[in-house]
Design a protein around this ligand. Sequence first.
Ligand code: GRF
Length: 224
Amino acid sequence: MRIGILVSGRGSNMKAILDACAEGLLDADVAVVVSNRPKAGALGVARGMGVPTQVVPHRAYADRSSFEEALHQVLVDAKVELVCLAGFMRLLTDGFVERWHDRLVNIHPSLLPAFRGLDTHQRALDAGARFAGCTIHFVRPAMDAGPIIAQAVVPVRQDDTAETLGARVLACEHRLYPLVLGWIAADRVRVEGERAQVDGVEAPHQALLNPSPGSASGAAPADG
Ligand code: GRF
């Protein structure tokens, strides 16, 4: 499977995907990394790993549709089969999303459909949520919407800040993204009636309670 990764920033998820490919844990090739920002840190990381990069600077285009047309052409030229959004900070219009229907995935740092948009960790803390996490989903025209493929759950600790919580969620993102791409590459993910089904996987058997009933002090469990 030929993957195109769209980035705007530091690219730690992109790096997790590239590492998984390099280590033979993910049977896919990253054909191109595309950034809308010329200064994105991700570009240097990708180049350092020998991966082709392209910059499609949104400011250079008169409107969204011409920007997206250029983006689409870069992906087509690189013979991309699956597009992965990894910290790509531009909203994509219906036209682009529909052209890549069920071939466009996003990672979002919350348990969707809760906390779409930005500042997810602070908003989860402000809401008193006991669990946070990340979601990988097929992209649909609405923001942070579309069939959910997988989620990772992180218990919120009483003393968490957006930074500490965000760091634990990010570690899960780096595990989950390559895993999901492996399922897609193996043709194990289907969308039926706007629900994604993954062949050959099981849900965990145990529920998580937070606070944990056994923890009188409310201290975080050692493995959390
Ligand atoms: C991640 O938290 C991802 O979930 C969100 O944007 C952030 C990108 O981080 N969509 P990075 O550039 O992959 O380090």
